[in-house]
Design a protein around this ligand. Structure first.
Ligand SMILES: [Mg+2]
Length: 365
């Protein structure tokens, strides 16, 4: 009999209105007008509650994964058992090694780390043998303005005024990158996320076109993202640093992209790849191999806090992604604020903060 037992798992879907200061970008064929969040609340018989987050855009498919396959395997089990999520993953392997099942297990894993910290009265960073750093810089991750250079300029300026010292664009044209560079001057790192914009034969020209603007990296230039050989050829031919990994589906994908010479930076997404457990494994293996882990974190909830703790504890420092727009409710705005482009790593038990009741009262679907 475990000393502590999981008594329930609730899935809370939220949709929070978003103002990007430009026409809304498209995502999966629809205008992105809201931040989509999928929060996972795990309760125990000792009164301790943990919070996790799954990939929000997967929405009700993650809820269905919990309802159909995961909840009955986790309820009654010991939340302190670090083998629990790997055991469920193996049991469910035939249902898809990526997608809703893994997104759901990512949220469960994060919630269990939160519970473990709260039970022991220590932060997740402490559980991960850290933190190595108590403050992490954030980068302003601008949304996609579809090549509109005026939107790029105005919003790059806005980010600099708020104190950000790193910028990411979601643009695909040399002109858009040059527009941001003209605003920042030479010293601000500009990351350029192209979201799998090009087939292998198409990528060289636009990436070389961006090169004079000195992109810090070009992210996911190649469709499909698992074509590591083409990414490696592009990297070699252009000499422009490449980042990828938010669409990788396992630690072995990261080993393969590194072995292929495809990447300068790896970007596991904690809400998709299996939570804190898999994230720390990928970060450790990648950085031992000499490739810095700079995670994907285009979300605000427990996954964001989990990513913060992981960055604080992994070998190499890295900036934390911060979705840059006006959001009607910013989770942890008061408890773990992003001030002048940096956040303090909380040392309170677990993740260090719970999402606010107001979030669910106003924006739960
Ligand atoms: Mg990206």
């Amino acid at each position: 009999m475990p000393a502590v037992k999981i008594t329930g798992i609730d899935t809370l879907q939220v949709r929070i209105p978003l103002d990007t200061w430009a026409p809304p970008p498209m995502f999966a064929g629809r205008p992105r007008t809201h931040v989509e969040g999928l929060y996972v609340r795990v309760t125990t018989d000792k009164g301790v509650t943990g919070w996790g987050e799954s990939f929000g855009s997967s929405g009700t498919t993650v809820i269905a994964a919990f309802d159909n396959w995961i909840r009955h395997l986790a309820v009654g089990q010991d939340p302190a058992d670090t083998a629990l999520v790997p055991r469920i993953e193996r049991l469910l392997h035939g249902l898809g090694r990526a997608g809703p099942v893994m997104h759901a297990l990512s949220g469960l894993d994060i919630a269990l780390w939160d519970i473990r910290g709260k039970l022991e009265g220590v932060s997740v960073s402490k559980l991960l043998d850290g933190p190595r750093r108590k403050r992490v810089e954030t980068y302003a991750s601008l949304l996609q303005y579809s090549g509109n250079v005026e939107d790029v300029k105005r919003n790059t300026e806005r980010a600099l005024k708020l104190g950000y010292r790193h910028i990411k664009l979601h643009e695909r044209t040399p002109e858009a990158v040059a527009a941001a560079r003209a605003v920042t001057g030479p010293d601000i790192p500009i990351k350029v996320d192209t979201n799998c914009a090009w087939l292998p034969g198409e990528a060289n020209a636009p990436v070389l076109g961006m090169k004079p603007s000195k992109p810090y990296w070009v992210e996911e230039p190649i469709w499909p993202p698992e074509d590591f050989e083409s990414a490696a050829r592009l990297r070699k031919a252009t000499g422009v640093p490449i980042a990828m990994g938010e669409n990788a589906t396992s630690p072995s994908d990261f080993r393969k992209m590194i072995a292929a010479g495809a990447v300068d930076y790896v970007q596991p997404s904690i809400v998709k790849i299996g939570g804190i457990t898999q994230f720390m494994r990928i970060a450790g293996e990648s950085e031992t191999a000499g490739v810095t882990c700079v995670p994907h974190a285009f979300f605000f909830g427990p996954g964001y806090l989990a990513t913060l703790h992981c960055i604080a504890c992994k070998e190499r420092d890295a900036p934390l992604e911060r979705l840059f727009a006006d959001v009607a409710h910013v989770t942890y705005a008061k408890t773990v604020p992003d001030v002048n482009g940096a956040v303090e790593v909380p040392d309170r038990p677990g993740l260090g903060a719970d999402p606010e009741d107001e979030l669910f009262a106003k924006y739960k679907v």
